[in-house]
Write a protein that binds this ligand. Structure first.
Ligand SMILES: Nc1ncnc2c1ncn2[C@@H]1O[C@H](COP(=O)(O)OP(=O)(O)OP(=O)(O)O)[C@@H](O)[C@H]1O
Ligand SMILES: [Mg+2]
Length: 436
């Protein structure tokens, strides 16, 4: 075992430097040999117990081959995790200075985990613990100023979690199922996952044709989450940066570092399920690369492409815990609610007439029809929006959609379908065939 060789060697160094002096042999934090910590924790640093760190020296050891990893800090490339042997030096007010022999090395060839041991004078353990703690803080900086929302990706990614829960007009059961899922997970689920030694990571998918309110629902869920002290991390697949796995990875890092429960929103997850990235996204969903945030992370993903959520995702238990189908308007009640909402104080009972025409349309359709009718009326200097205005607006919107569909159908051979991002979604008028 490597740690035994480390300890044997460290003991021989100790005996040669301070023959007969007592020491404890302890497991140590590998953060003490991290180059980031070593460059940040300067000699003279004060530690608990009226002690001071006085610097360190590298030692040659026949049982350790020094090697460093590297990574980015901000824009700079720096050395990070380091295997090696060191003497750390400390002085204390009113007591003798002391040193710690420290050795870190890889345990075996398979794992990338450093094993570290330290030989510490027994009476100095508290100072050593304070030093280890300082190293860990340097390696994993705390998020100093808490933000509620982290947006990953291009600057044009716009996400505003101010949507009121009541303003999302969908079947009540669907909304309450979703909200309860989130509450149950954060309130009790996280504990159960941890008890089972599983990373507390739950995954929900909102699937539905364009304009049914998925993004709006995400924003409303985000608002609920923030009100309850959770953090929101938001990634869009259709901003200027496109959909790269790198973005997902950055989001996962933010989730892991958050120190708070996190609602992770990944919009248009289908955009990441193409080419080489697919296998990696599946790894995240499977748990191989999933984030380990002890406070819990809930993934809320959206898509309007049921076909990319193929068998590998939908049918394999555990990849997605639940799929919520976000429907178009299915009945008169839902249609009336939506229309009343967007007509607001310009609602008139005669508007009921158009309700049957709203069935099977997404909410975005009703919003546009209502806004356009209200605009037409205002333009005509009318205070009331007559049924005629509303009907006109609906007719013109339907004509526009039909023309768009024809246009796109004619253009299809050109191959727009392969585009990533927004442009692809209107190409298949009715892609949705599967139910929850
Ligand atoms: N269920 C709904 N309740 C209230 N308003 C809605 C609803 N669905 C859509 N809308 C209106 O339509 C707009 C567009 O909806 P939204 O962007 O949420 O759709 P989406 O499902 O995310 O579409 P896409 O799949 O294209 O991303 C919303 O901002 C809202 O004004
Ligand atoms: Mg959307």
């Amino acid at each position: 075992m490597q740690y035994e060789r480390l300890v044997q060697w460290a003991k021989s160094v100790w005996e040669a430097r301070w023959p007969g002096r007592n020491y404890l042999t302890i497991w140590a934090s590998s953060d003490c040999s991290n180059s980031v910590a070593q460059s940040q924790i300067r000699p003279g640093r004060k530690l608990r117990g009226k002690a001071r760190f006085d610097g360190f020296e590298s030692l040659d050891s026949p049982v350790i081959v020094p090697i460093s990893d590297y990574g980015t800090r901000g824009k700079k490339m720096v050395l990070t995790t380091t295997a090696g042997a060191f003497i750390f030096k400390f002085s204390q007010q009113g007591a003798d200075p002391f040193e710690v022999i420290y050795a870190s090395s890889y345990f075996d060839d398979e794992g990338q985990d450093l094993t570290a041991v330290a030989l510490v004078p027994p009476e100095c353990l508290e100072t050593w613990a304070a030093f280890e703690f300082a190293c860990a803080r340097a390696v994993r900086p705390r998020i100093r100023r808490r933000r509620d929302v982290y947006i990953i990706g291009g600057t044009d990614a716009f996400f505003d979690p101010t949507v009121e829960w009541e303003d999302v007009i969908l079947p009540e059961q669907l909304k309450s199922d979703l909200a309860e899922d989130m509450e149950a997970f954060f309130n009790t689920g996280v504990h159960i996952y941890r008890e089972l030694k599983l990373a507390p990571f739950r995954k929900l998918l909102l699937a539905g044709v364009p304009g049914t309110g998925k993004t709006m629902l995400c924003a409303a869920m985000a608002k609920l989450a923030i009100n309850r002290g959770r953090i929101v991390v938001y990634v869009s697949g259709s901003d200027r940066d496109g959909a790269s796995f790198e973005k997902i990875q950055r989001a996962l890092q933010a989730v892991t570092a958050a120190r708070y429960p996190v609602l992770l929103i990944v919009e248009e997850i289908d955009a990441y399920l193409q080419g080489d990235d697919k296998a990696r996204v599946l790894n995240v969903l499977d748990g191989v690369e999933s984030p380990n945030n002890p406070e819990g992370a809930l993934l809320l993903a959206t898509t309007n492409y049921p076909e990319v959520i193929d068998e590998r995702i939908a049918r394999r238990p555990g990849r997605l815990d639940r799929i919520f189908v976000i429907p178009t308007i299915q009945n008169d009640h839902h249609a009336e609610q939506m229309l009343r909402h967007y007509m607001a104080d310009q609602w008139r009972d005669e508007h009921m007439e158009v309700i049957p025409e709203l069935i099977n349309q997404p909410g975005a359709f009703v919003r546009e029809a209502a806004l356009h009718a209200r605009m037409l009326a205002a333009h005509d200097r009318r205070t009331e929006v007559t049924l005629e205005f509303l009907q006109q607006s609906i007719d013109s919107l339907l004509r526009q959609i039909r023309a768009g569909n024809d246009f796109l159908r004619d253009r299809r051979p050109i191959g727009l379908v392969h585009n990533k991002g927004k442009s692809k979604k209107n190409l298949r008028p009715d892609p949705f065939g599967f139910k929850d």
